[in-house]
Design a protein around this ligand. Structure first.
Ligand code: ASP
Ligand code: MG
Length: 413
């Protein structure tokens, strides 16, 4: 069994949905499971619905807009009387009645029940379209297979249950299912974190002991830098799981960081290819023996630099660190880089949930703190030490760290 993942950009309009069929034509549509994300920017739009709902603002007209966009795309794919149109309407009616009836004040819970609809609808549209053109497939509800705890918006996978559920799939047919979602013990929907569809694909690949996983993207593969940000970015044809994990960790947006671990564990070959040029080879991630020494660049934007110093000139010691790390974990703020000196600690942080002011207030009770928002973390992997200077020009460097293979700096925007 092969697993393919198609992201939001690969199904953003009618033409793109049809292009998926062309990719499958070239790849062969046999014994495969397709994981699909929400269409285009649907997830952002659904996030807005939840925001408006909690502000008691007009969320219904936002739902209407998302619904029309899906209907519009479907008109470019299906005949007018196709049952897919009433199926689409049903998803939106369910969303609306869920929100009307909902009593839960838990933002993350409501978020997951609503935002997951993007994947439900896109997978339905893709499945119906493929069946229509005789790419026979069965639509699966991923929530019946991927089981998680109830950490809404960041579900933690129960591997034992998930693997068992997936083992019941028939490996002789094709399936179309959703990325990004699973469900908890009470069968409530739980999302796996933004951009989590790659991870879903890896989970299915793991459970199926798949022959390979291919992620189809709008770039030629994994590059030495994001081609939209670095002009000289080149394709990496062959890289190891370790190198790919490191790149994802430092913020390369090619694959979701959690994707690699299940694949490596079962030694499942992993390809990143272009849905625009599907005949090209792209990147293969596997047990590459090749010494990885291509210089690669990763820019992680929207970071925060926080400096924390003791008030009484005492050393930053274990008790201080444990207090600081505890507060970070409580606020779900992630550390991208840290550096400490005798009396101060500098942290480059990622604050997905907007908790930095609360954290600063709490730590301000015990320390002197300084927060600089909207900085970028620039990472160079396999940096050639002799020409590091070129990276400094035109940059206001707030913090830097150089280790054997990696150079990182936090720069002001
Ligand atoms: N649709 C979700 C998102 O945009 C999941 C994904 O695309 O991987 O974050
Ligand atoms: Mg997406």
């Amino acid at each position: 069994m092969k697993v393919f993942k198609f992201g939001g950009a690969s199904v953003r309009d009618a033409q793109s949905v049809k292009n998926v069929a062309e990719v499958l034509e070239i790849q062969g549509f046999e014994n495969c499971l397709l994981v699909v994300s929400a269409m285009g920017k649907t997830t952002n739009a659904l996030e807005k619905v939840v925001e408006l709902y909690f502000k008691k603002d007009d969320y219904q007209s936002e739902i209407e807009k998302i619904k029309s966009a899906h209907i519009e795309i479907s008109k470019g794919i299906f005949a007018e009387n196709h049952p897919v149109f009433s199926e689409i309407s049903l998803f939106f009616d369910d969303m609306d009645s869920f929100l009307r009836r909902n009593k839960s004040p838990n933002y993350n819970f409501v978020y997951d029940q609503v935002v997951s609809c993007g994947e439900m609808i896109s997978s339905k549209i893709l499945s119906e379209f493929l069946n229509e053109i005789q790419f026979k497939n069965q639509w699966l509800d991923a929530r019946d297979y991927i089981k998680t705890d109830d950490s809404y918006r960041e579900g933690i996978v129960n591997w034992e249950k998930t693997e068992k559920n997936i083992s019941f799939l028939d490996t002789d047919i094709c399936y179309v299912t959703q990325g990004f979602i699973g469900s908890d013990d009470n069968n409530f929907t739980v999302t796996l974190g933004r951009e989590g569809s790659d991870y879903s694909a890896a989970i299915f690949a793991y459970g199926l002991n798949a022959e390979s996983l291919t992620i189809w993207k709008d770039v030629p593969g994994i590059m030495t830098g994001d081609p939209r940000k670095f002009e000289n970015a080149e394709l990496l044809a062959n890289i190891s799981y370790e190198e790919a994990v490191e790149m994802a960790y430092y913020g390369a947006s090619v694959v979701h960081p959690k994707t690699l671990q299940p694949l490596k564990q079962k030694q499942i070959p992993f390809f990143v290819k272009s849905f625009v040029e599907p005949q090209k080879q792209g990147t293969k991630v596997g047990n590459s023996q090749k010494n990885q020494n291509e210089e690669s660049y990763i820019l992680k934007e929207n970071q925060i630099l926080m400096r924390i110093a003791t008030r009484d000139f005492s050393f930053i010691a274990e008790e201080h660190l444990s207090l600081i790390f505890n507060e970070l974990a409580k606020n779900k703020i992630k550390i991208s880089l840290m550096q400490n000196s005798a009396i101060s600690l500098a942290l480059c942080l990622e604050d997905k949930y907007g908790n930095i002011d609360a954290l600063n207030e709490e730590l301000g009770k015990n320390f002197n703190t300084e927060v600089i928002k909207n900085v970028s973390l620039f990472t160079v992997r396999n940096a050639k030490l002799e020409d590091l200077n070129k990276f400094y020009k035109d940059k206001n460097v707030l913090l830097e760290q150089i280790s054997k293979q990696t150079m990182q700096m936090v720069v002001e925007n």
